[in-house]
Ligand binder design. Structure first.
Ligand code: SF4
Ligand code: SF4
Length: 304
């Protein structure tokens, strides 16, 4: 498995409270920059990692922290990306200034999270102002949209019609975790994947969470598992190279990524009496079922 991207969650809190949020937007964790920079001290010399993606929570709540990180990423000779809900686009002048600063500091692409559920907290004018500012500053921008069964995204997409030739809108099925798991019944999630034949598909990206946990991928489901690799607050000597080595040496991850889940599904159902649904949103949901805190110990006893 070749890792070329690191996602860093700068905070867990958010000024919105979307029903589809796969996190806990009212939690209050903020990444300790000094400890994170210490962990990343060898980043500049690591030739595998090419991209750093800053995510949250809503990271633009502390714009100076975002600027500081983009500067650091640029000085480490990596490409910087970030994700936001776009609340800061309420004023076109303000939006222009922020996008100009981002561009000057070396941001490569901005991703806006938007859909009918974000629309309850963030007006479409904010998104339009940011799209205008990105156009002016020639900063690539895309929109990521979460969907459930029975969507109502037509209205805001229609409002953006004149921008559509220039931007990508990426649609993702909503994950049944965090806020979303509390707000919607199971039949609202698009569960189209059969449990047989699934493979871990999130290639190339691992993650540092605002609470310091190092995860081997950036799927929201990973938080429900025991597959954490390290914690930058607890291991003084940990660094980007040691974390990558731990991920590469992890036999379970190696199996999931190269041979898939079938062996573990078979063990779960036939040896451990773990009941699994027939269909899943994705392999990540199956991963969260199998390697949850409770089930992980049971697998460990069987495999080791
Ligand atoms: S989905 Fe994004 S914008 Fe909405 S509450 Fe969660 S972190 Fe905030
Ligand atoms: S299957 Fe598991 S390890 Fe793979 S990307 Fe999904 S949550 Fe991460």
């Amino acid at each position: 498995m070749h890792y070329d991207t690191l996602a860093i969650s700068l905070n867990s809190n958010c000024n919105a409270n979307c029903k589809i949020c796969c996190g806990m937007p009212k939690s209050n964790q903020v990444l300790n920059d000094d400890i994170a920079f210490h962990f990343l001290r060898g980043l500049k010399y690591n030739s595998d990692i090419k991209r750093i993606c800053l995510t949250g929570g809503e990271i633009f709540l502390d714009i100076n922290k975002v600027y500081k990180w983009i500067k650091f990423i640029n000085e480490s000779n990596k490409k910087a990306y970030c994700v936001s809900n776009g609340f800061w686009g309420y004023d076109i002048k303000e939006a222009n200034q922020i996008v100009k600063n981002l561009k000057q500091l070396g941001l490569n692409q901005l991703t806006l999270s938007y859909d009918e559920y974000h629309n309850e907290f963030i007006s479409i004018e904010c998104i339009i102002n940011i799209l205008e500012a990105c156009k002016r500053q020639k900063l690539p921008v895309s929109i990521q949209t979460v969907i459930l069964n029975k969507n109502n995204n037509k209205k805001w997409i229609n409002d953006l019609v004149s921008y559509l030739p220039d931007i990508n809108i990426l649609f993702f099925p909503c994950y049944q975790v965090g806020n979303a798991s509390k707000n919607f019944s199971s039949d609202m999630f698009i569960k189209s994947r059969d449990k047989k034949g699934l493979l871990c598909e999130k290639s190339g990206t691992f993650m540092i969470e605002a609470d310091g946990t190092v995860w081997p991928c950036c799927s929201p489901y990973i938080n429900e598992t025991e597959l954490n690799i390290d914690n930058i607050y607890l291991s003084q000597n940990a660094n980007i190279d040691s974390a990558l080595k731990k991920i590469r040496d992890n036999k379970l991850l190696y199996c999931l990524r190269n041979f898939g889940f079938d062996y573990f599904v078979d063990l779960a159902e036939n040896k451990l009496d773990i009941e699994l649904p027939k269909k899943f949103v994705s392999s990540c949901e199956l991963c969260a079922y199998l390697f949850s805190k409770i089930n992980f110990k049971r697998f460990n006893r069987l495999i080791n």
